[in-house]
Design a protein around this ligand. Structure first.
Ligand code: SF4
Length: 327
């Protein structure tokens, strides 16, 4: 496994003894060359998990293993060589690119920081990387503000990939872009991932974004993973009422199917992570909630095999709940 996160907890103090439960017992794995889509609404804790993986924030408890090595408590100094192996692509490419640096300086920066290339080798690798992300070499002398959003995200990708990392953490890399350029950047990420073979933790609020990119999907709700499974299975047979609701809200290309679909309309907002509901955290919005859901925490189980796990009291060996039938 390239990445193994076990029972990760991240709580923040929020003043006056209040605690934000950003991540509560999150476990996930990413194999060599695998793409895991981590999906959830804003406030679900998905970005916190990404930051903990990169050690941009310190976990409260749990372990993070990178390529078989426990990095949970490594000092900044000891982490430094490992930073070559993990890179991040941010949501907003503009704020993550230094406005005073040229594109060439930005893309070359990881090579220089880690001392892996010098002189002509640096420009050779930078030029090759620009070509891979579909940007003309003339752009190297420009500054970030001279580029479009899509071009800036391509620069962000070039910078993240120039050291050929083993793992890329991409946090909503297309959600700040115009819809018209989202697809081309997603296609580029897909092509680069297939060519270069890096593993990827792809964080998004939009399930449809990861449909053709992720091998597996993990759905998060209020700091916990509620369902994980192979992408095809999650789309064909979502088992958790929350996943069913997310999928029923996503548009489908076929207008007939779109009209016939039963939608699950979730009431209210995601509750505050300052005071998550007891029992199943989804019970305040779940159309199928029963008494047991208000008190007992459902465990993540894999009732049918196939590495498709779900945390819901109503999933039994014989039955999968159907939240779309509740309306
Ligand atoms: Fe809904 Fe209960 Fe299942 Fe939670 S455990 S998703 S509240 S049915």
């Amino acid at each position: 496994m390239i990445l193994r996160v076990d029972n990760l907890v991240k709580h923040y103090g929020a003043g006056r003894g209040a605690v934000v439960h950003a991540a509560d017992g999150v476990s996930l794995e990413i194999a060599q060359g695998e793409v895991l889509g981590l999906v959830g609404e804003s406030g679900s804790g998905k970005s916190t998990v990404g930051k903990c993986v990169l050690r941009l924030t310190e976990p409260t408890s749990g372990t993070i293993e990178l390529d078989g090595r426990d990095i949970t408590h490594l000092s900044r100094r000891a982490l430094r060589p490992l930073r070559r192996d993990v890179h991040m692509v941010f949501q907003d490419p503009y704020s993550s690119l230094n406005p005073r640096f040229t594109i060439e300086q930005i893309v070359a920066e990881p090579l220089r920081r880690h001392g892996v290339a010098k002189g002509g080798e640096v420009s050779r690798r930078v030029t090759a990387m620009m070509e891979r992300v579909g940007l003309p070499r003339q752009m190297l002398a420009r500054f970030p503000h001279e580029l479009s959003g899509g071009q800036r995200q391509r620069v962000g990708l070039a910078r993240a990939l120039i050291l050929e990392p083993k793992l890329v953490v991409a946090d909503e890399p297309v959600s700040a872009l115009d819809v018209s350029v989202q697809a081309s950047v997603l296609n580029l990420i897909t092509d680069l991932q297939r060519d270069m073979g890096f593993s990827c933790l792809f964080i998004t609020h939009d399930l449809s974004v990861v449909r053709f990119l992720a091998d597996r999907i993990a759905v998060m709700y209020l700091g916990e993973i509620v369902e994980t499974g192979p992408t095809d299975q999650i789309f064909a047979e979502p088992r958790h009422p929350y996943t069913q609701a997310l999928l029923s809200a996503a548009p489908v290309p076929d207008p007939v199917e779109q009209r016939q679909r039963r939608r699950v309309v979730l009431g209210g907002e995601i509750p505050s992570p300052l005071d998550p509901p007891p029992g199943c955290r989804f019970h305040t919005r779940c159309p199928l909630a029963q008494d047991v859901c208000r008190t007992a925490v459902p465990a993540l189980r894999d009732p049918y095999g196939g590495r498709h796990t779900v945390a819901c009291h109503l999933v039994t060996d014989e039955k999968i709940p159907d939240a779309t039938a509740a309306h």
